[in-house]
Design a protein around this ligand. Structure first.
Ligand SMILES: Nc1ncnc2c1ncn2[C@@H]1O[C@H](COP(=O)(O)OP(=O)(O)OP(=O)(O)O)[C@@H](O)[C@H]1O
Length: 299
């Protein structure tokens, strides 16, 4: 069972923010929503959470429409961070935990665990407004997962953080996923998706460009890169079958081929020239796929 979006569309006046999205988010997966500003990520999340009503289409979880009886199963880190600045960290998290039916002891245990994990136990009794932006984000994440939700939706969880904190939050997200939660997160950054996810959906101007299992998407795409490192002139490759592009920077040549079957004839020609340090066939990047499908570079 899973989260399923079927022909999901949302219009605001004449603007179609989300345009006929169809997705299956498998249980236990780490699912990345990739897209630039205004791609429709937040609008999609708000519809999943019932904060916005879709114009058309359907959303189901475990085969049922999402309603308020399921809110305890869902955790949400909103894009507009919503902590109360005047409350202490412990008060804020306790309040939210209690709303979800947790005992004070349960909240305290989990809060202590995560504060230690994020290396900020000293912030427990500090007012939220006194914390740095990165440390507020950690508390916001703790607040959204305190009740052990099975579906966790994180809107731009890594934005605005320094590299050390990005790594810390990434590792927390990985841990939650390993412990069984289904995680959907949005990001502008391709490398976050490449690193963390098995599944992805690329949104561009409200449209779903590509979605599903990343290995499968890369397989289906067909195109591969061959990296050739060595001193010989390999410019003849340009004229070989299946070659889409050849780029050379110093002694490293990148050859884009339409399918892996074109790699072997190239290999056979190249080795006739003698010694090479490297001949390697690589999977396409998400960026290559985006360019091929949208016709322009991902920003
Ligand atoms: N309440 C609203 N009223 C009118 N238009 C809206 C509303 N919410 C979103 N939109 C429009 O819908 C489109 C998608 O916005 P959305 O916030 O979902 O994108 P996003 O992918 O989350 O982008 P960002 O990374 O900038 O947050 C944009 O054109 C936005 O202006």
């Amino acid at each position: 069972m899973s989260l399923k979006l079927t022909h999901l569309t949302k219009t605001f006046g004449s603007n179609t923010a989300v345009d006929d999205i169809n997705l299956d988010v498998p249980k236990g997966s780490m699912y990345g929503f990739l897209g630039g500003n205004g791609a429709g990520k937040t609008t999609t999340f708000r519809m999943i959470l019932g904060l916005l009503t879709q114009t058309t289409g359907e959303i189901t979880y475990d085969g049922k429409k999402i309603d308020y009886s399921m809110t305890d199963k869902i955790g949400y880190l909103p894009e507009e961070r919503g902590l109360h600045p005047k409350l202490k960290v412990s008060e804020q998290v306790k309040y939210l935990g209690k709303l979800k039916g947790m005992s004070t002891k349960e909240v305290n245990n989990k809060l202590d665990y995560w504060l230690e994990r994020f290396e900020v136990p000293e912030n427990r009794e500090k007012k939220i407004e006194k914390l740095s932006k990165g440390n507020q984000q950690k508390i916001q994440l703790i607040a959204s997962i305190i009740h052990n939700p099975e579906l966790i939706i994180l809107d731009e969880p890594f934005s605005g953080l320094d590299p050390v904190n990005v790594e810390m939050l990434k590792s927390a997200v990985k841990e939650l996923n390993k412990d069984g939660a289904t995680i959907i997160f949005s990001t502008h950054r391709m490398e976050h998706v490449e690193e963390l996810c098995e599944e992805l959906c690329i949104l561009n101007k409200g449209k779903q460009i590509v979605s599903g299992n990343i290995d499968q998407i890369k397989d289906d795409f067909g195109q591969k890169d061959i990296i050739i490192e060595g001193d010989h002139d390999v410019s003849f490759i340009k004229a070989m079958p299946g070659v889409l592009d050849v780029k050379r920077v110093r002694n490293k040549t990148t050859v884009k081929i339409a399918d892996e079957q074109f790699a072997e004839p190239i290999f056979n020609e190249v080795i006739k020239l003698g010694y090479f340090k490297r001949f390697q066939v690589q999977e396409p990047s998400i960026n290559d796929i985006f360019i091929a499908k949208v016709g322009e570079k991902y920003e």
